[in-house]
Every structure is written in C-alpha cells, then in structure tokens.
Design a protein around this ligand. Sequence first.
Ligand code: IMO
Ligand code: MG
Length: 419
Amino acid sequence: MSTLAVLGCMWGDEAKAKIVDFLGDNADVVVRFQGGSNAGHTICVDDKKYVFHSVPSGILYPGTKCVIGAGVVIEPFDLMAEIAELEAHNISFTGRLYIDERAGVVLPLHKDLDAGSEISSGAHKIGTTKRGIGPAYSDMVARVGIRLGDLQYPEWLRSRLQNIYSYHKIERSDADIENETSRLHEIWKQMQGYICQVDNLLRKWYLDDQYILFEGAQGTLLDVSYGTYPFVTSSHTMAGGISTGCGVPMRYVDKIIGVYKAYCTRVGDGPFPTELNDAIGDKIRVQGNEFGSTTGRPRRCGWFDAVAAQYTARLNGIDAAAVTLLDVLSGLEEIKICTGYWHNGVKLREIPTNPLIMGEVVPEYLSMKGWDKDITEIRSINKLPRAAQDYLEAIQDMLEIPIEIVSVGKNRNQTIVIK
Ligand code: IMO
Ligand code: MG
C-alpha cells in the first residue's frame, strides 16, 4: 500500500485535515488536488492550532513533501502570506513545496466578482467563501484564465490580463495593466523555486514506492457535478478529481478513506434535510465549535444523514470510513440518523438531484440512545459507552463500509484506530 486518499464525504468541514495529519506522520508526500483557499483545514498539535487554506496539511511533518496540483486555484499573494506565517512558526518550506505551473491564478478581479455577484448575495445566493474560487475556475474553463506559469513572462502575462478584462468587459487603463503585470511577475519571482510540473514528480515518487497521501478539500456534496448543485463549490471534490487535479492515473490511488462527521454540518446556502433549527442544533454548534475556519460563519448543524452518506460512499468508492467529532454528541439523550427521504408521501429510492425536491424531503429517522460520558480520553473502541458503539455500528452498517478511525477530540492523539 503506497498511496491513500482522504476525502470529505459530506458538505466539507469533516475534519479531513485531522485525519490527514493523523495518517500522515510517515507520508512522503501530501497532495492538494482541487479547491483553493476556500478550504480551511485545522490541525491541533500540543495545544497549538494551525489553519491551512492552500498549503497541504502535511507541512507540519518536517520530512514530508507537499504538492499543489494543477486542479487547484491559487491566489499567489495569499499563498505567500500563508507560507510566511508558517515560516514564522519555524516550519520550513525549502525543498518541500511543489506547485504545478498549470494551476489557475485567482486575481483580485475574481475576488471582486465573487463578493459582488448574484451568486454570493442575490436571489440565487450560494453563500460562497468570497475567495474568488468560482470566478477563477469559470475563467479557467472559459479559457481566459491565467495560469501560474504565465506569470513568468511579462509580455505574455500583459496580453493575458488585457484579454481577461476585455472578456469581462471591464475597462482597465494601460497603467493598471502594467502595474498588475509587474506585481504578478514579482510574486512569481518569489515563488519560482516551488513551481514545477508535479505530475512528473508524482509519477516518479509513486514508482519509487513513496507513501503519497491525497488530501481532499470541501466534500462530495459540494462537488460541482455530483453535489447539491447549484449550492456547491466549483471543483471536483470527489475521488475522480484526484486524477485530473494532479495528473496521475486513478489506479495510483490504492485506498480511499471517506471522512464523515458524526453529525452533519453545512456552511452557506442550499438544501440540508436533517438540519436542526432548534436547541439541539445550537448545542451541537457550540460543543463542536461549528464556526467556519475560513469565514467565521456559524455552520448549520443537523443529524447524520445516512442517505446522503451512502450516496457519497458509492460515488467515491471508499474503502473505509473515518468518523470524526463523535465527542461532540456526548450529553445528548437521543441521537438520530436519517435513514430515508420521503417526498409527497413517497419514499425516494435515490437522493434527489433537483434542489427544490431536496429542499422538500422529509427525513425518516432511526432514533438511538445517547450517552453522557466524556469520551475524549478514550483510545479504544471497546471502552466507548455501549450507546456510542451502537451508534458507530449503525453508521457502519448503513454505509456498508468499515469504520477504521474514530476521532474523539481535535488533538492528534484523540483518535481511536479500529484497524
Ligand atoms: P473545507 O476544505 C465547507 C462552501 C461554501 C459555499 C460553497 C461555495 O474546509 O472542508 P466557494 O467559496 O467554494 O465558491 O463556496 O461551498 N465551501 C465549504 N464549506 N468547507 C469548505 O472547505 C468549503 N469550501 C467551500 O460555504 O456554500
Ligand atoms: Mg473547513
């Protein structure tokens, strides 16, 4: 076994980074293959908290190489600021960071478009992270985008900038274009030591039998094709995104771990059948500190949705599951799992693809007994309260996939390994 993918299987914020960090201590390489700084990946080690937006979570292990693939969109100034902040904490990037020159560039234009568009605030509001992610990906697909490698050549870059502004019908003076060209070229000079073609490196490392860990961002229900469209992000968050996102064949991925929270959360708009707009939802939000690590927004909280979870397990072909934040449910008398969707008196056989229908479904619940005990110091599955074990078993049976890891706290060591 030389490669492993860790993917969020719901609406993001499943504590993927904690699992990547937990499994990554002997990883040779950690790879981000999609998304951008909309991700907020939090890792807690020895009471120190790190939040990564674009840098792969493996950077905390000094011997691990970190890779950002072509499927990622990068705001170069923000990325360099993130790197500088980590360097101030004595984390070295020298010879450890590899960024694909084909990655798309997020420009100030994209942030402005994201902040001011219908998508972020109008009637069709998605509630984006306003990091310019959607507009940057749109421009890449429209073939007017600027790629990291373009920043090397000022003359070419200038013409690409003229092109993108004219595409968006935005007036920019020659002086403005000149200014932006030189700013981008200057930041490229600072980044050039990191920029390369990562597919070649990954292939070589794979053939050298190095342990490669693919770190997903967001979650499958935010996938641009298979998520709860249009309330999704603009990249392929599911397993297939690995191949297109960093240029390796899918058969290089030996094992896929799907990360599920012990309950559900969603930040931003869109249907959420098991949402709890009550005191239990508030309690979960407070206990789980469910506030966005990128935007600070309160996250919407709800019961575990096994219908959606089964859907994403199948889409990704996951081999094993990690269940996170189980400790947050301690103290609830009753815990529910959504086992089916009803719509107009009919039980649905599949998750609805239309957001209107998805917004109208009535969940069918299995009610389970809660537990009272604090479980954050427990390190073996058999020592968990019986009710917690039953809860995990129910989830495992519904997913039809073994749970291999259970997280009972935010720190690296607050983890139970089943296999
Ligand atoms: P991590 O990697 C949770 C959500 C936004 C919004 C939608 C589109 O930390 O799990 P975007 O800015 O991507 O165009 O916003 O997607 N979203 C996330 N939700 N976790 C994330 O990342 C997210 N990244 C984007 O809230 O609903
Ligand atoms: Mg997050």
